[in-house]
Design a protein around this ligand. Structure first.
Ligand SMILES: C[S@@+](CC[C@H](N)C(=O)[O-])C[C@H]1O[C@@H](n2cnc3c(N)ncnc32)[C@H](O)[C@@H]1O
Length: 240
């Protein structure tokens, strides 16, 4: 979704319908797990416009957001400034990053780990290396064990601040991928792009995480501790 992360970065939360309620729901789970694990420092991988880094900083965590889109980083920094929050944002590619500092925790939220161009096996290893021993990694993805893989077309639009946006998303599926053709009409200019998501389910994520050395997994569904077979989203907590 490079259009969303570049030309439309400023409208990212609006276009994706990321309300503060949604961010609070996600952050409440992070806070709960972090408290149980005495986490103080957090690396937010693929941080976007900084939803979680900003919310976590407000709760007293030292949060660092990493993203390879300069627009996302610029808008994250601007939002942190507006909210008088002391979060750090770094421009960098999660497929290649190596940071000297070791963190108590890392997060990769909103299906980011399974979406190209994130190369999830590499990113998992890079995150493992960026964590302290005993540090935790929380990933948040679609629950592909339950979510429908039927072809689908979704249309939405947004008019705001001189922006007129229409978006059509056509999803189709292979055994291993969701292929999304997204057509954006931004102030009457058409942009098309293809977004590829790996359809990785709970057991496959755990296998990947184990390969990198992670252990002690706990699973949450729709940001809650209860097991919900039909939950749309899954969160996996893994320990180094
Ligand atoms: C679906 S958005 C999620 C953003 C944020 N985690 C959230 O929940 O709001 C995915 C983000 O990952 C970033 N991203 C994708 N591939 C990346 C990579 N290889 N390295 C760093 N960031 C990447 C994109 O620029 C985008 O901001």
């Amino acid at each position: 979704m490079q259009v969303m992360y570049k030309q439309l970065s400023k409208y990212y939360n609006d276009v994706l319908g990321m309300t503060s309620v949604q961010t609070d729901t996600e952050t409440n789970l992070l806070d709960q797990v972090f408290k149980e694990n005495k986490v103080k420092t957090v690396l937010d991988v693929g941080c976007g416009v900084g939803r979680h880094s900003i919310a976590l900083s407000k709760l007293g965590y030292s949060a660092t957001g990493l993203d390879f889109s300069s627009d996302q980083i610029k808008n994250a920094k601007a939002q942190a400034k507006r909210e008088c929050v002391d979060a750090t944002f770094i421009l960098g590619d999660a497929n290649k990053f190596s940071i000297k500092k070791k963190y108590d925790a890392a997060i990769c939220m909103w299906s980011t780990l399974g979406e190209e161009p994130m190369q999830y096996p590499r990113v998992i290893i890079n995150v493992f290396n960026a964590l302290k021993l005993g540090g935790i990694f929380i990933i948040d993805n679609k629950n592909w064990d339950a979510v429908s893989k039927n072809p689908k077309i979704r249309e939405d639009s947004l008019v705001r601040d001189g922006l007129s946006l229409k978006r059509i998303m056509q999803d189709r599926y292979t055994d291993h991928f969701r292929i999304r053709l997204a057509t954006f009409e931004v102030n009457k200019k058409k942009i098309e792009e293809i977004c590829i998501t790996h359809l990785i389910n709970k057991n496959e994520w755990i296998t990947e995480l184990k390969k990198a050395g992670f252990k002690n997994f706990s699973i949450f569904y729709d940001y809650q501790a209860k097991v919900e077979k039909d939950a749309k989203r899954i969160q996996i907590v893994a320990q180094k």
